[in-house]
Design a protein around this ligand. Structure first.
Ligand SMILES: *Cc1c(COP(=O)(O)O)cnc(C)c1O
Length: 355
C-alpha cells in the first residue's frame, strides 16, 4: 500500500487552481471531507433516489469557508499582505482568523451586532482577530470592508475575493473523485451565493478536463425571510433562524443566477419551520449534526420531492456547510429537554422504561 500524506486542497488540486509557491501555502489540511450516504432519511423520503451529504462541518474551523480561505490567505501572503479583513455572519470570520493566525498576519472582522452565534464569535476571538460588532447587518458590513480594502493595505477575504471561490470549487472535485461521476442534482444553501457559484465552476472545469461527460443541476435554497434571488429584489431587513444565510443582497447574485440557468436548475425558498425540522432530522435520524443553514438543503429536497421533482435513479448531493456545534443553542431549543431525576438507580430505570 502506498501512503501519501494529505496536504490540503491546494496541493491535492493544484492543476486546477491559481499558481502558488509551496512556501506560501497556508493550510490547516482543509477539505477531504466525508461524503455520507443517507440511510434512514432516504428510506422515508424516497427510496428511488440516492442521497449523499457532503459534510463540510468537518473542515478545520467547522465550515466549508476553509477551502476558500486557504487559497485566499496563501495568495495574500505571497503578495506580501500583512493583514486580512472580512465582513461575516460568523464562519468567514472564524476561518479568516484561523488562517491568518497560521500565517502570522493580522485579521480584522466586522460582524452584525448580536446576530452571530457564540460558537463562531468564540473562534474569531480565540484566533486573535480584532472583532468589530457593527450596528448594522451583514450587507452593511460588507460595504465598509470593501471600501477599506480598496484604499488600505489589507486584503479582503470575503467571497468577492476571487481566490475564495477557486478554493471552494475543490468540493465538486472531491465529490466526483469519490462517486466516479457527478450527481444528477447538487443542493446548496444560498447566502452570499459564492458557494453555489464555486461548485458550478468546479463541475464545469472537470467537464472541460473530460473527467465527466455530463453536469448536475444546481438547486439552491434561501430562507423565506431572506430570499432576494427568489424574490428578485434586495431584502432590506433579512431575517431567518439560519444566520449563516441571513443575507439580503448577495455579492455573487448574478453568478448564482447563471449557475442556476446554465445547469437548468433552480433557486427556491423554504420556511424557518421546515429548516428546523430538517435540522432535527439530520441529527436525530442520521447522526449528522449541522447548522440550520446547512439543513436547508434537506428541507429543499423534501419540498421538491413532495411535488414529484425527482426521477428514479437520481443522485442528490447535499452540501452540509457547517458544523452543528457552532450554534448549539438552536439544537437545545428544538430538542427534548433533559429529564431531571433523583440520584438513585430506580429513578433512572423508571425513565429508561425498565423499572
Ligand atoms: C457561508 C455559509 C453559507 C452560505 O454560503 P454562500 O457562499 O455565502 O452562499 C451557508 N452555510 C454556512 C454554514 C455558511 O458558513
Amino acid at each position: 500500500m502506498i501512503l501519501t500524506k494529505y496536504g490540503g486542497v491546494i496541493r491535492r488540486y493544484r492543476e486546477f487552481l491559481p499558481e502558488i509557491d509551496d512556501k506560501h501555502i497556508v493550510t490547516l489540511l482543509e477539505g477531504n471531507t466525508p461524503l455520507i450516504k443517507s440511510i434512514n432519511i432516504n428510506k422515508i423520503i424516497n427510496r428511488d433516489i440516492e442521497i449523499y451529504f457532503k459534510y463540510e462541518g468537518l473542515n478545520p474551523t467547522g465550515s466549508f469557508k476553509d477551502r476558500g480561505m486557504t487559497m485566499a490567505v496563501s495568495k495574500a501572503v505571497s503578495s506580501g499582505s500583512k493583514a486580512v479583513i472580512c465582513a461575516s455572519t460568523g464562519n468567514t470570520s472564524a476561518s479568516a482568523s484561523a488562517y491568518a493566525a497560521r500565517a502570522g498576519i493580522k485579521s480584522f472582522v466586522l460582524i452584525p451586532e448580536g446576530k452571530i452565534s457564540s460558537g463562531k464569535l468564540s473562534q474569531a476571538l480565540a484566533h486573535g482577530a480584532t472583532v468589530m460588532q457593527i450596528r448594522g447587518n451583514f450587507d452593511d458590513a460588507l460595504v465598509i470592508t470593501r471600501e477599506i480594502a480598496k484604499d488600505y493595505e489589507v486584503t479582503l477575504v470575503n467571497s468577492v475575493n476571487p481566490y475564495r471561490l477557486e478554493g471552494q470549487k475543490t468540493a465538486s472535485f472531491e465529490i466526483i473523485d469519490e462517486l466516479g461521476a457527478p450527481p444528477t442534482h447538487h443542493i446548496l444553501p444560498v447566502g452570499n451565493a459564492g458557494n453555489i457559484t464555486a461548485y458550478w465552476e468546479g463541475y464545469k472545469e472537470y467537464f472541460d478536463a473530460k473527467k465527466i461527460d455530463r453536469l448536475p443541476k444546481m438547486l439552491g435554497f434561501q430562507a423565506e425571510g431572506s430570499a432576494p434571488i427568489v424574490l428578485n429584489h434586495i431584502v432590506k431587513e433579512p431575517h431567518t433562524v439560519a444566520t449563516a444565510i441571513r443575507i439580503g443582497n448577495p455579492a455573487s447574485w448574478q453568478k448564482a443566477v447563471s449557475a442556476r440557468d446554465e445547469s437548468d436548475g433552480l433557486i427556491d425558498s423554504v420556511s424557518d419551520e421546515d429548516i428546523l425540522k430538517a435540522y432535527s432530522m439530520l441529527a436525530s435520524m442520521e447522526g449528522v449534526f449541522c447548522e440550520p443553514a446547512s439543513a436547508i438543503t434537506l428541507a429543499g429536497l423534501i419540498k421538491l420531492n413532495k411535488r414529484g421533482f425527482f426521477k428514479k435513479g437520481d443522485v442528490c448531493v447535499l452540501t452540509l456547510t457547517g458544523h452543528g456545534l457552532k450554534d448549539p443553542g438552536n439544537a437545545i431549543k428544538v430538542s427534548k429537554e433533559p429529564v431531571v431525576v433523583p440520584c438513585d438507580k430506580h429513578s433512572v430505570l423508571t425513565v429508561m422504561g425498565l423499572a
